[in-house]
Design a protein around this ligand. Sequence first.
Ligand SMILES: [Zn+2]
Length: 178
Amino acid sequence: MDIEALQLLEKSATPAPWEWNLNLKHKQVSLEGQTRGRETILEPVRWGMGGARFRFFKDGLMENCEDFAVAKHGRDHHKHWCADINHPDAQLITQLRNAAPDLISAANENAELKQKLGVCKETIDRLLDYVSQPPKSNCACHISAPCADCTDYTDLREVLETANSLIAQATPQKKVES
Ligand SMILES: [Zn+2]
């Protein structure tokens, strides 16, 4: 999954939210956005005596899907009967769907990692109770470097600082498990 490509595509597509709009009375169906009131993202229209074609919104107009036809990867010779639609909204629909399993496992993995991180932070917090604090810095490196204070305590001070900052960043979000 190329998350950067997906992010770019998401930015160039019509902003969310999207919704289907089915008009049973007038026999019309469209996918709608809500950026400026209601706007059509795609709608099917008659296409000769064949099937129907989708129209997509571009530069203030609904343009026919064939205007966005591009050859699929490695299928240049098939462009006239099996082309892709190079419109961000059309691409977002297929690419998001194709990326859905990866996106869902990434979200699950993220939740798991957060949970583990919470345990780590709690453990650090408990461990800190057993650590005796180093004395206040009394560096004498200006006399002879490195001084005893630095050699004895620099590492401990650093690790305590990191631990305390991790604890401070800990945001105990008790998530509702579904
Ligand atoms: Zn020192």
